[in-house]
Design a protein around this ligand. Structure first.
Ligand code: ADP
Length: 767
């Protein structure tokens, strides 16, 4: 079987350097255990002996103090001597052959099994710290070996392949490790991003209290232990109650420092860890690392409670192999689950974008039809914020609360994707609506406009089963002097307030993908609109020039008709009978009327031409328009009230004067009240200036509200109410259109009329 060594994480690589003030087993306590250099314990566990040898000449440098007991030779006599004192010539040759062939740095290699001083040992060797470390591991009692290891292992691996999902896979994995080893309890333990972990699968002996689902605070597995987890696949402590066996001499004479036992099987474990296990009632433990993409994903921890338990070397190798298989398959399975979710999001994105493309405005596409934005990423609610307008779906905060969040995002967060599972940690005011938005995922589209897509997750008033109180991971021992890890594993419930389920990297990636797709859609739509606008401009221009040319060309013959009719009438005065005179007079009147219409058409077509763009003070324009109509206003005693707060807009001065003159004139014309009143003003609604001209005149039936803006549409006889061509409001509308605004009337017959109009946002804000 090929032994595979886990890849050490670069940032956690164990170094040989022992800096000043190094924390080793001699001076560790709870205040510094996070820095304990556990790879330099200076001692080993008691179920074997260790001999450190110089590779060059196989001279012994160090030996563990128990060699007399185990190997029959006193440890003091060994340093400086030859290996021959412990191994037969043939075994030394075997060792040398293996050294030349397959012993690498790290991971101990099994060399042979020998009877020494009446007991059986496995000899394992590895290179570390510039020396050879020989470990003579005592064989456990014969009955603890598994009879047919190979077929058992094959069965387990085959079984694992059948698991339907990650959870059942882990359940199977712990069950099989327990079958192999006979431990009372086997747990799969997964690390979370914050360093805490939880028991996600467990197999245990009947009658034991289950630890399944328990969460452990980060302090339970300190950083040095994790460093070693990334170096070795398996660590075993057959008897937690062992007395550490020191090395003689204490330091590695080659380096002058304590021996680096990072890879040693017999390495003595931290006293803190031993206490920890004892507190759990554990007598023996074996821990395997589960790796994913070169990082420690979690552990498989085996505990035995009733008595010490020594797992033989070959069973450990099988378990190590199993841990490796689990690691590889688990990574694939976890990836498959992520892949499935990603595919689901991809499919939702396609439907979502289809619906966005169908709707005229983006927001409706995102929030109206299912699946909505909230279905895209697992969330309780979502919102689309475009130009400050908020549209929501699902369980979302109120519009005002969203506006508050968006204001903060716009000013304080520069990332295009922002995600947090605790918004109130950034924005304390958000705590008030944590029931809807404890966690936020925000996707920014444009910084200037403050356009966002937002997803919300509510506060999970998570009942986390901390295995112990995470805010109090240590307790003072009875003597009150030394600190020891807490000894209570009673279920402790912690409410994680103001926090939501976290956003996964898969979700953040999907959000980024959606952003790119939406931007593409926006761009496509802008392009289409631009083209449409161009076409429209062109046909407008064509129509205008046609009207202009036609009107212009009509004027000439019309003038001829008018002149000839007049000449006929004047030159033949008295000779023509009354009927002919009447017909000629009608002809002259009609040609005059026609001339008026043509003039109006000419004005109308001219309005289509590009307008000048300057800052126009509407107060001045209104004053000018009123001034030009002063005679009429005076004659008819019209009361004109003009608001003082008319805005300055960007536009064409002359044409805006035309707008006001037309509207004011109509307000005077279509008014038969005894006291004629006109009110000119402006009001603000949702950030838009709405200008108005109101009168107390004859009013307009709502049926005609559209019609009056069409050219040559009059609601009265040709000469009623002072006559007119019916082009005035069409011209006004065209001018307002050209300013990117809108005009409409609110009126009822007999109740006066109010004409309202706006300008484009750019025309009102760009001043
Ligand atoms: P004209 O005044 O030359 O007829 P307009 O286009 O200015 O043409 O007006 C179209 C029609 O709308 C008018 O004939 C009139 O019936 C109606 N109208 C316009 N302004 C008012 C108003 N302030 N009150 C009532 N009716 C109006």
């Amino acid at each position: 079987m090929r032994r595979v060594k886990p890849q050490p994480m670069p940032e956690n690589r164990v170094t040989n350097a022992q800096p000043e003030g190094m924390i080793t087993s001699k001076h560790v306590d709870l205040s510094n255990c996070d820095r304990e250099e556990i790879q330099y314990p200076g001692s080993i566990q008691a179920h074997g002996a260790m001999v450190v040898v110089r590779e060059l000449d196989l001279r012994i440098l160090q030996a563990s103090a128990n060699t007399l007991d185990l190997l029959g030779v006193g440890a003091e006599t060994l340093p400086g001597g030859e290996l021959r004192a412990l191994l037969a010539e043939g075994d030394i040759e075997t060792l040398q052959r293996r050294l030349a062939a397959d012993v690498a740095e790290g991971a101990p290699v099994h060399i042979l099994r020998r009877q020494i001083a009446g007991r059986e040992f496995d000899l394992l060797v590895h290179r570390s710290d510039g020396v050879l470390i020989l470990e003579f591991e005592l064989r456990p009692a014969a009955d603890s070996a598994v009879a047919d290891l190979y077929s058992d292992l094959r069965f387990s691996v085959m079984k694992l392949e059948t698991a339907a999902n990650l959870q059942s896979f882990l359940d199977l994995a712990v069950r099989h490790v327990r079958r192999f080893t006979g431990f009372d309890r086997v747990m799969a333990y997964k690390f979370m991003e914050d360093g805490s972990g939880w028991v996600c699968a467990e197999a245990l002996r009947d009658g034991l209290e289950s630890f399944l689902g328990l969460h452990y605070p980060p302090s339970d597995i300190p950083a040095p232990a994790r460093r070693l987890y990334s170096l070795t696949w398996l660590r075993h402590q057959p008897d937690i109650g062992y007395r550490p066996v020191r090395m003689i001499p204490e330091d590695n004479p080659q380096t002058g420092k304590a021996l680096d036992m990072s890879y040693a099987l017999l390495r003595s474990v931290s006293v803190m860890y031993v206490d920890y296990l004892k507190n759990m009632g554990t007598q023996s433990s074996m821990v395997m690392t589960l790796m994913k993409e070169g990082k420690v994903w979690g552990l498989m921890a085996c505990h035995h409670h009733a008595e010490p338990k020594h797992v033989p070397y070959e069973v450990r190798v099988a378990c190590e192999f199993l841990a490796h298989t689990v690691s590889l398959q688990m990574a694939a399975r976890e990836d498959a689950e992520h892949y499935e979710y990603r595919m689901k999001m991809q499919a939702t994105q396609t439907t979502l974008l289809g619906s966005v493309a169908r709707h005229a405005d983006f927001a409706s596409g995102f929030v109206k039809d299912a699946p909505t934005l909230a279905d895209f990423i697992n969330s309780s609610g979502a919102a689309c914020v475009v130009n400050g307008a908020v549209s929501t779906t699902g369980m979302a905060p109120t519009v005002a609360q969203i506006a508050y969040v968006v204001k903060w995002l716009s000013s304080q967060v520069s990332d295009t994707v922002f995600a947090t599972d605790c918004l109130s940690a950034h924005l304390p005011g958000a705590a008030a609506f944590a029931d809807r938005c404890a966690g936020l995922l925000a996707l920014r589209f444009s910084k200037a406009a403050g356009d966002f897509l937002l997803w919300f997750r509510p506060e999970v008033v998570q009942t986390v089963n901390w295995a112990g109180d995470p805010s109090k991971p240590v307790e003072t021992s009875d003597d009150g002097k030394s600190l020891r890890p807490r000894n209570s594993f009673a279920l402790w419930k912690e409410l994680v307030r103001l926090k939501s389920r976290p956003w996964s990297s898969v979700e953040l990636e999907a959000a980024k993908g959606l952003r790119a797709a939406v931007l593409e859609l926006v761009l496509e739509r802008a392009e289409k609109l631009g083209k449409l606008y161009e076409d429209l401009e062109l046909s407008h221009a064509e129509l205008d020039s046609f009207a202009h040319v036609a009107a212009h060309d009509l004027k000439e013959p019309l003038r001829g008709i008018h002149t000839y009719a007049q000449i006929l009438l004047e030159e033949n005065k008295g000779q023509l009978d009354a009927d002919v005179v009447s017909k000629l007079t009608t002809m002259i009147r009609l040609s005059k009327r026609m001339d008026e219409l043509i003039n109006s058409l000419l004005v109308y077509s001219r309005m289509g031409r590009m307008i000048a763009q300057t800052a126009v003070n509407l107060s001045e324009i209104v004053a000018e328009a009123v001034d030009s109509l002063q005679m009429r206003i005076g004659e008819e005693k019209v009361e004109v009230r003009i608001a003082a707060d008319l805005p300055v807009v960007r536009g064409d001065r002359e044409r805006l004067l035309e707008v006001y003159t037309n509207l004011i004139l109509n307000a005077i014309k279509y008014n038969d009240s005894a006291e004629k009143k006109i009110e000119i003003g402006c009001r603000e609604r949702a950030g838009t200036s709405i200008l108005f001209v109101k009168d107390n005149g004859i009013g307009i039936d709502p049926r005609h509200h559209e019609k009056i803006f069409q050219i040559f549409q009059r609601l009265h006889g040709k000469s009623d109410y002072g006559g007119g061509t019916g082009a005035g409001l069409a011209i006004v509308k065209k001018i307002i259109d050209r300013h990117g605004g809108r005009i409409w009337v609110e009126s009822e017959a007999g109740k006066g009329a109010s004409f309202y109009f706006t300008f484009s946002a750019a025309a009102t804000t760009a001043i």
